[in-house]
Each structure stands twice: as C-alpha cells, then as structure tokens.
Ligand binder design. Sequence first.
Ligand code: V3L
Length: 86
Amino acid sequence: FDEGYQWYYEGVNGWWQYDARTSLDLEAHHKKGDRACELLIAGFLYVIDFENMVQFRQNDRTKKRRIKRDLINIPGKKGIAGLKIG
Ligand code: V3L
C-alpha cells in the first residue's frame, strides 16, 4: 500500500472504508492495472469496476455505489465496512 491511502465505498452522507482484506485485494488488482475485479464481500459477489469507479453486486447491477482511493484521514469517513467510528 502507498503510505496513507485507503479504499472507500459510498454511503449516505459519507464514505465507508473497505475492510482490511478487501482493501488489500483491491489494491493488488488496481496496481496490476485490472479494469475490474470480482470479490466476495459479506457473502455476496461484488464487481469492482475501476474504469467507472463503482461497485455493485454481480447478480444485481441496479444498485451502484461510487468508490474511491483516497487518504486514510479524509473528512466524512463513516467507519469501516459498516462499523461506525466516532
Ligand atoms: N463492504 C461491506 N458491506 C457492503 C459493501 C462493502 N464494500 N458494499 C455493500 N455493502 P448494496 P449508510 C452499507 C453492504 O450496495 O448508513 C454500509 O457498510 C451495505 O452496507 O445494495 O447507508 C452500512 O453497513 C448494505 O448493507 O449491495 O451509509 C450500510 O450500507 C448491503 O451490503 C448502511 O450505510 C447492500 O448494499
């Protein structure tokens, strides 16, 4: 990981940090130059589309969330993978 960066997905009024395991997978695929990858997240297969910077369930592509790679201490961070902080 480049120092101080993390992966995020969109929530209501803010961003959730991906869990540590998923973050490492995302970073590896992104570094390789993959245009997309499929990862198991909380029991569901998700497509992470690096070209459009969105994620969505593989079997339900209607609900798309924006994703981003940004500094670890961004304002508006809600927590990690649904676990609230602050
Ligand atoms: N990591 C963990 N859980 C996820 C992820 C992910 N990358 N993507 C979706 N989910 P959907 P607020 C989120 C969960 O997009 O209050 C947050 O983590 C998602 O959880 O239709 O709206 C919070 O736990 C949701 O419960 O596939 O900001 C929760 O939403 C479920 O999968 C509420 O956050 C369906 O999301």
